[in-house]
Design a protein around this ligand. Structure first.
Ligand SMILES: [Ca+2]
Length: 337
C-alpha cells in the first residue's frame, strides 16, 4: 500500500512538473520569437534600403547616359520602361508616371521577380514614379527633352512636381495639406517599397503611395491604431538638384573628359545662334571659341589614341566625339547635337 500510494504521489508530481516545464518552454519560445521577428524585420528593411539606394544610383546613371529618366514599367511591360523608347520629337509620355513599377530590365537591376520587376526584401515589387512636368521633359530627349528645355528656358524653368508629405491628412491630388507636412514639393522621381504588409492598403497614408496621383507619403512606421493607419512603406526620392548635377557631369565626360572651360564660357556668354546679346561681334567671338573647342577635342582624341596603343580603333570606345563631345553638345547645344 505504501508502495502504491508513493507511486500515485510520484505520478501526480510528475504531471505537475511536466506542466510547469511546458509552461516555461512556451514562455521561453514566445520570448525568443518576438526578438527574432523584429530582427528579421530590421534586416529586411536594411536590405530594402540598399535596394532603393542602388535603384537611385541606377536612375542617375541612366539620366547621365541618356539625358532623361526612364518611364516607370507598367504591370504588362515585363520590367521594361513603358514606353522604353521615345516617339517623334523625342517626347516620352509614360503610361504610368505615378503608379508604375521600377523598370529593372531597362536599368539592368537585380533582384527581380520572374517577370523582370525589381523586388524588395519581402518580394514585393518596388514602385517608381516620375514627374511629368515641363511637358514630359524629364523623360524625353531631343527637342522635347531636358537639354532643349534648359537651353531655351534655363534651369529655373524646370519644375518637377512630385510631392512627398508627412501625412495623407489634408492632401489633394496635387499637394500636401499643411505646409509643415511638406517633405518635398519638387521631387523628380520617387521610389517606394511597400514593406512587410504587402500590396493591400492598410490606411490613408499607404493608400497615397499606391494611387495614380503625384502626392506621396513618408514617415516612420506606425501601427494600425495610428491616425493614418498601419504604415511600413520605405520611400526615397530624387532631388532635382542632384539630378541636374549628375546629368551635367555625365554629359561632360565623367570617365572620359572633364568639362571644358571653353564650353562654360561658350554657354554663359554665347548660348546659341540667334541668342547672343553681343550681335555680330559676339557671333565672331563664338566662332573663335568653337574653333578652339574643336582643336581641343582633336588634341584630346589624339591623346586618347596614344594611350590606347594596340587598339586599331584609335581612341578608346566610349571616349570619342560621340560620347564626350556629342553628349556635351546634346546638353549644352541641342540645336547642334
Ligand atoms: Ca506598406
Amino acid at each position: 500500500m505504501v508502495f502504491l500510494g508513493g507511486a500515485r504521489r510520484g505520478r501526480g508530481f510528475t504531471l505537475v512538473e511536466l506542466a510547469i516545464v511546458l509552461l516555461i518552454i512556451a514562455v521561453l519560445i514566445g520570448g525568443l520569437m518576438v526578438p527574432l521577428s523584429a530582427q528579421l524585420d530590421i534586416r529586411n528593411r536594411a536590405e530594402t534600403d540598399r535596394t532603393l539606394a542602388e535603384a537611385r544610383e541606377a536612375l542617375l546613371g541612366y539620366a547621365a547616359a541618356n539625358g532623361r529618366l526612364p518611364c516607370p514599367a507598367s504591370s504588362a511591360s515585363n520590367g521594361r520602361a513603358s514606353p522604353e523608347t521615345c516617339g517623334a520629337g523625342g517626347q516620352c509620355v509614360c503610361t504610368n508616371p505615378h503608379d508604375g513599377l521600377l523598370p529593372a530590365v531597362t536599368l539592368g537591376l537585380q533582384p527581380t521577380d520572374g517577370q523582370g520587376y525589381a523586388i524588395d526584401a519581402w518580394n514585393n515589387r518596388v514602385r517608381y514614379a516620375v514627374t511629368s512636368a515641363n511637358a514630359w521633359a524629364f523623360t524625353s530627349n531631343g527637342n522635347a527633352g531636358l537639354s532643349h528645355t534648359v537651353q531655351t528656358s534655363g534651369f529655373a524653368s524646370l519644375a518637377p512636381d512630385l510631392h512627398v508629405c508627412a501625412s495623407a491628412t489634408g492632401t489633394t491630388a496635387t499637394e500636401c495639406g499643411a505646409a509643415s507636412d511638406e517633405l518635398s514639393t519638387s521631387a523628380a522621381a520617387i521610389l517606394v517599397a511597400i514593406g512587410r504588409n504587402g500590396p493591400a492598403s492598410h490606411g490613408a497614408d499607404e493608400a497615397a503611395n499606391l494611387d495614380p496621383n503625384r502626392v506621396f507619403v513618408f514617415h516612420p512606421s506606425t501601427a494600425e491604431s495610428a491616425p493614418g493607419g498601419e504604415f511600413d512603406d520605405i520611400v526615397t526620392w530624387l532631388s532635382p538638384n542632384l539630378l541636374y548635377n549628375r546629368f551635367r557631369t555625365g554629359m561632360a565626360g565623367g570617365f572620359c573628359k572633364p568639362p571644358s572651360r571653353l564650353w562654360l564660357i561658350r554657354l554663359s556668354r554665347h548660348p546659341g545662334p540667334g541668342r547672343s546679346s553681343l550681335g555680330e561681334a559676339g557671333d565672331r567671338h563664338r566662332s573663335r571659341i568653337d574653333r578652339k573647342i574643336q582643336e581641343e577635342g582633336r588634341a584630346f582624341r589624339a591623346h586618347q589614341g596614344r594611350r590606347q596603343k594596340g587598339d586599331p580603333g584609335g581612341p578608346r570606345k566610349g571616349c570619342g566625339r560621340d560620347i564626350c563631345h556629342g553628349g556635351q553638345r546634346a546638353f549644352l547645344r541641342p540645336e547642334e547635337a
